[in-house]
Design a binder for this molecule. Structure first.
Ligand code: FBP
Length: 337
């Protein structure tokens, strides 16, 4: 009889055991937090499936700190994520897309307490059209700081863990503790995530690219030339690449991780002195950068490695070009020309 797939909590326990041998004390708490996010994700998946039946679609009114109009499910997702992280008693602060400042959780201080950065509901523009959406998170050490929120700042290389959940035809959770990138599928009956994509390795080159071409006029000249290159037929190099863009970063990154290719959200270079990016560094770009690198891929801004970017603001934005290592390297080359 086929062996039943490993559950998320079993996998986390194994990852934690090998981590404890290396990075020591905070490992247990990291596994606890990632496990708890898995359980919240199962609840979010349920709610999304019933949202239209429970009048949970549409806007909540008002906008968040980055100027996005907030959906009812954005607020709901934020609240249950913060409540769940509070219950772990090892999360000292939460940086969320839906809160201007970090939410401090005093009852969970101490040297091994953690800080979580999260986009509880990513791809909100897809919510009311039943498109794929997701949850993105990253975990950092609080370094015993009080308040703990500032420990979220600094380079992406300081992330201890990162992951996302994709709410699509199936609900998939993908995470890394810095020991490879692993994918799980939710069993809706049991509410458990089961290991279906162990140790994901992104193909060295892909056949698709994801980008909002509606912004072409504002791209860096290197970005424009690179996309033109991808669209130019050339059999030996597998071009033209096909365009695949869902409007939700989680769904586009998930496809890219499994099939290879690229997901890109470049900055607006209308004013070359002040390029303006859209996606947020702490809870969108840096977590995805860690996941893709742990799967053998690359994540760049076009000019530098995403994980070397130093966050100085909780809602700082950053450009991102991520995916297959050879494709991203080519994009960087076009930026340097
Ligand atoms: P939020 O929905 O969490 O604000 O995320 C931003 C996002 O929706 C990404 O998921 C997606 O990649 C991008 O914005 C889509 O932007 P655009 O509509 O400009 O193409």
């Amino acid at each position: 009889m086929a062996e039943s797939p490993m559950t998320l909590s079993e996998h986390l326990a194994r990852q934690q055991a090998s981590l404890s041998a290396g990075s020591g004390a905070s490992a247990p708490n990291v596994a606890t937090v990632v496990g708890r996010i898995g359980r919240v994700a199962a609840v979010i998946a349920q709610e999304l499936a019933h949202a239209a039946l429970r009048d949970q679609l549409g806007y909540a009114g008002g906008s968040n700190v980055t100027g996005d109009q907030v959906k009812k499910l954005d607020v709901w997702g934020h609240e249950i994520m913060v409540a769940a992280l509070r219950e772990t008693r090892v999360c000292a602060a939460v940086v969320s897309e839906e809160a201007p400042e970090p939410i401090e959780i005093e009852e969970a201080g101490g040297a091994n307490a953690l800080v979580v950065c999260t986009d509880p509901v990513d791809g909100s523009s897809n919510l009311d059209v039943n498109g794929s959406v997701g949850t993105i998170f990253a975990v950092r050490a609080s370094e015993g700081k009080t308040p703990a929120g500032p420990a979220a700042l600094g380079p992406g290389t300081r992330q201890l863990a990162a992951g996302y959940v994709m709410y699509g035809p199936a609900t998939t959770m993908v995470y890394t503790l810095g020991q490879g990138t692993h994918g799980f599928t939710l069993n809706p009956e049991s509410g458990e995530f089961l290991l279906t994509h162990p140790d994901i390795r992104i193909p060295r080159r892909g056949k698709t690219y994801g980008i909002n071409e509606g912004n072409v006029h504002s791209w860096h000249p290197g970005q424009r030339a690179f996309v033109e290159h991808l669209k130019t037929p050339d059999k030996p190099t597998g071009r033209p690449y096909s365009l695949r863009y869902s409007g939700a970063m989680v769904a586009d990154v998930h496809r890219t991780l499994l099939d290879g290719g690229l997901f890109m959200y470049p900055a607006d270079w209308s004013d070359p002195k002040k390029p303006k990016a859209k996606l947020r560094l702490l809870y969108e770009v840096a977590p995805m950068g860690m996941l893709v690198e742990q799967a053998g891929g690359r994540a760049s801004t076009g000019l530098e490695r995403v994980l070397d970017l130093v966050a100085t603001d909780y809602h700082q934005r950053a450009a991102v070009i991520l995916g297959s290592p050879e494709d991203v390297a080519m994009a960087d080359e076009f930026y340097r020309r």
